[in-house]
Design a protein around this ligand. Structure first.
Ligand code: PAP
Length: 328
């Protein structure tokens, strides 16, 4: 796949810090690592996106529960448009209902027509807070929901996703071994990394402006999904009425969006997302467990990541649950 825009190509080449991860050339842009295609989409989005006050932006690092957050937010916002039995989620993968800015809408430097999307518009992004355009952060009342996940499970999830989609060679001795991937993860040199600055960007923004940025953790969402469905609705200004609560709408949304339910729908068993790469819909739904990393990471890998978490989040007030332990 070739970048067509020569000006952008030159810009990418001019970025001083580069890293080769698994044969992918990444460049450091404002403290974060991007491949050329993602950076082109990111910069086009920064230049051309105009936020509306009613826009909702779902932000995550890859493998932190993006698909789940898309399904939940879509269901909360559109709950008066159709019954759960007729939800579009029964026929479409959540990634088809909520698009990413840099991966879908502004991909390849395209400028999409998003004015025709009915309000409130829901968008998603993996772009760090530090790289969002001012129109989102300062000059509109749009809302951001950020979902983070403990990095041990995030890494484990990414490893499976990459293997299942054939992004990694099956033989560990080839170019991109698990050790190599793990090293990049700990160095922060992978798409959108490092995770610590990604988390902290949104964490600090949520402390500064809690009306604008809701900071959530995957582990909390698993523990009390109904409670967080209500919290998300409150934050978005569309709280559930007592009639809705009595009628069990919150629980209906939780079970519609549960991993078991989504995973078994035909629309998620078949098909694939097409962007810079193809990813099978089924690979977005695996175990969805907290602490599954124990089955894949060696004790020394776990130790290294735990130390990293303590070192990077120690002063911030952000704590992460790692299999029963709270670090940070
Ligand atoms: P993305 O950022 O590439 O879109 P994302 O959805 O964040 O991927 O990550 C997929 C993870 O979320 C998988 O975790 P696992 O590998 O540890 O199992 C997937 O199982 C989990 N996931 C997807 N949908 C749900 C859901 N409805 N409930 C809970 N977890 C989910």
């Amino acid at each position: 796949m070739e970048i067509k825009d020569d000006q952008f190509k030159e810009f990418f080449q001019s970025l001083p810090e580069k890293s080769a991860t698994g044969g992918n050339l990444l460049a450091n842009y404002r403290g974060f690592w991007f491949g050329a295609h993602l950076l082109e989409g990111t910069i086009t989005f920064q230049k051309h996106f105009k936020a509306n006050d009613t826009d909702i932006i779902l932000a995550t690092m890859p493998k932190s529960g993006t698909t789940w957050l898309k399904a939940l937010t879509f269901s909360i916002i559109t709950r008066n448009n159709h019954s759960v039995a007729q939800s579009p989620l029964l026929f479409s993968n959540p990634h088809q209902l909520v698009s990413f800015f840099e991966i879908n809408l502004y991909k390849d430097g395209k400028i999409p027509d998003i004015d025709s999307i009915p309000c409130p518009r829901i968008f998603a992004t993996h772009i760090p807070c530090q790289c969002l355009p001012n129109t989102i952060l300062d000059s509109s009342n749009c809302r951001i929901i950020y979902l983070c996940r403990n990095p041990l499970d995030m890494f484990t999830s990414m490893l499976h996703f990459s293997l299942q989609n054939g992004f990694l060679p099956q033989q560990p001795q080839e170019t991109m071994s698990m050790d190599g991937l793990f090293e990049s993860f700990c160095q922060g040199t992978y798409q959108y990394g490092p995770f610590w600055d990604h988390f902290l960007g949104y964490w600090n923004a949520s402390l500064k402006n809690p009306q604008k940025v809701l900071f959530l953790k995957y582990e909390d969402l698993k523990e009390d999904t109904n409670g967080y469905v209500k919290k998300i609705a409150d934050f978005l200004g569309c709280a559930f009425s007592s009639e809705e609560e009595e009628a069990g709408v919150v629980e209906e949304i939780t079970s519609l969006c549960s991993l078991e339910n989504l995973k078994n729908l035909e629309c998620n068993k078949r098909g694939e997302t097409k962007s810079f790469f193809k990813a099978k819909h089924s690979t977005f739904f695996r175990k969805g467990e907290v602490g599954d990393w124990v089955n894949f990471l060696s004790p020394s890998m776990a130790n290294r990541l735990e130390k990293l978490v303590q070192e990077k989040f120690g002063e911030s007030g952000l704590t992460l649950e790692i299999h029963g332990k709270y670090l940070g």
